[in-house]
Write a protein that binds this ligand. Structure first.
Ligand SMILES: [Zn+2]
Length: 313
């Protein structure tokens, strides 16, 4: 549920420094030499593609905007909720949505890494139509097609380390999703951070945010936003993250543009490609995506970019 907010945010790229040219991912040697240059990437979250409301045209228009950016991004990280919904619909509808996502993705001219969102997970809902044991159940389709068999992973680029988490847990008591990083993933995360070391700047991506304040801004400080809005066990691994050079945590899910900075870490919610599920802008913030520029000194800047979508009436 998206609630009204008056916050609006624009952060502009401040550096006019040139980027590292070719759009393809770099090999290790190239990546090492690229560490001395700034580069940019796009964080493209909550496209929620579906057959209705011009969503396919909208996502293609957004990708066309990415392709045409003056400072060419070297890759795109999607932030989850790639399709409108797999939680509560049948297998045919899920497959239709994934085919539409593939159709859109073909128009993107840069490599892409994908984050799983709750709506990309089949059957994790009290109203589920897809049941355990069915081949499409859970995260199987996402992992096979978009995660090289996994729902979380990491990579290095231009002297920075990127970690894409799977923040979608299952509340077994209710068969509903919740924000959660499971134990296997936390063990992997710890090993991944140790391998990365304490100097390398890190950007972490999670569909469900670690923190958020806009609900309190709109509804008051005592609002309880429940287990689906935030990663419930973030406090268990906060100190582990704090030992490393974490710079930025990117999230989606709220369809809101929000920036929180605490200590040395910036937490950004990246708005939404679909706005309010293709029904218009969210609290004055247009349908769009983030472009982030990373610099060799471990600093970054970000800009929210609308792509000119007009919601269908
Ligand atoms: Zn979501």
């Amino acid at each position: 549920m998206i609630l009204p907010q008056k916050l609006s945010r624009r952060h502009f790229l401040t550096s006019a420094a040139s980027l590292t040219g070719a759009a393809g991912l770099l090999n290790d040697a190239q990546a090492a030499s690229a560490a001395s240059k700034p580069f940019s990437f796009v964080f493209f979250t909550d496209p929620h593609v579906q057959p209705e409301q011009g969503a396919v045209e909208g996502v293609k228009l957004a990708f066309a905007k990415v392709n045409a950016l003056e400072q060419k991004p070297e890759f795109v990280i999607t932030g989850g909720d790639l399709i409108m919904d797999a939680l509560e619909v049948g297998i045919d509808r899920v497959e239709t949505q994934w085919q539409l996502w593939d159709e859109c993705l073909k128009t993107l001219e840069t490599p892409s890494y994908h984050t799983v969102g709750n709506h990309d997970v089949a059957g994790w809902s009290p109203k589920a139509m897809i049941k355990p044991g069915e081949s499409a159940y859970g995260k199987a389709v996402f992992a096979d097609r978009y995660g090289h068999g996994k729902t979380y992973r990491s990579f290095d680029h231009g002297g920075w380390h990127f970690i894409i988490l799977d923040s979608i847990g299952l509340d077994k008591a209710t068969n509903d999703y919740m924000g959660w990083i499971d134990d296997d993933q936390l063990a992997w995360l710890q090993a991944d951070l140790e391998k990365t070391g304490k100097q390398t700047p890190i950007i972490l991506v999670t569909h469900i945010p670690f923190y958020s304040v806009w609900h309190q801004v709109i509804l008051g400080p005592k609002i309880n936003i429940g287990g689906k809005a935030l990663v419930n066990n973030v406090h268990d691994f906060r100190k582990m993250l704090g030992q490393y050079n974490l710079k930025l945590v990117l999230s989606g899910h709220g369809h809101i543009s929000e920036r929180i900075q605490f200590d040395k870490v910036v937490y950004l919610q990246g708005g939404a490609v679909c706005g309010m599920w293709w029904k218009g802008p969210v609290h004055g913030n247009p349908e769009g995506f983030l472009q982030v520029e990373c610099r060799p000194d471990g600093t970054f800047s970000d800009q929210y970019i609308g792509y000119g979508w007009q919601a269908r009436k």
